[in-house]
Design a protein around this ligand. Sequence first.
Ligand code: ATR
Length: 283
Amino acid sequence: MISQEMKILGLIGYPLEHSISFMLHNFAFKQLGIPAIYLNIPIPLESICKALEGLKYVPLYGLNVTIPYKELVISYVDEISPLSQRVKAVNTIAIREGRWYGDNTDVPGFIKTLEDLKFPKDIPYLVLGAGGAGRAIGFSLAEYGVQKIYITNRTKEKGENLIKDLKYYYPYLKLEFIPWEEKEGFSEDYFILINTTSLGLDGRTSPFKIDKFSKDKIYFVYDIIYNPYKTPLIIQAENLKIPWKNGLDMLIYQGIFAWKNWFGIIPPFELLKKEGDKYLCAF
Ligand code: ATR
């Protein structure tokens, strides 16, 4: 039942057809008795600035931000967490008396998934993408303590900026930029591949020609897309018998950590994981 006391939260991004956040949050609100509603707020690029200015006058309680606005929203928040400032990306906004507080829960969310699976720290990581999500993954890997990160991005400047920022905060981390067109010539003996680009969301495109590599060169493929549950990249990895992971756990962790900003509590991971798996027909 929707009442006047309902807290209104939502997700800003574009497009949002792939997103299941509204379903997970609304499910958790119901299970835990929180009087709140979570909406998809798809805003196309041409109207995002006006929309954000307008949203400042709407009595919202909290927001999530996704592709492609995680960097842009920084100029619209009144206060920003030190982590978001470092990463230069905001994915969670808590709103109190009209003031917007921006935080980044992608970083602790992704780190938690690395810890859960005990990802190795001594194998090089090749990260595809340096947008808002790519920046969060780069900082997560650095914070987790990996030794070497290669970053490739279609727009060279963004990839190099991420390397520059990581070097500033983690001077001992080994970092290297690889031009997008040269990534399939990657020559490390054994590495972990992480896709943070939006390539694969359409269920047709793969960001990486994985068949150029023999299966004993790639230790693990991690695609942070979760819908489709298996992207073309993951299907290729699976065919090559390379272990893989999609972005569902990261989505859930960043979502439950966002609750800490909004409500001061963290809902149980397993509750949402079960619901997410069910929704994405993972069985
Ligand atoms: P998010 O905040 O979710 O990371 P984003 O900042 O728009 O969204 O980043 C999208 C990522 O996908 C970027 O790395 C982007 O590359 P550019 O920085 O060159 O834009 C990458 N990407 C999107 N479409 C792409 C394409 N067709 N080919 C290669 N990379 C692409």
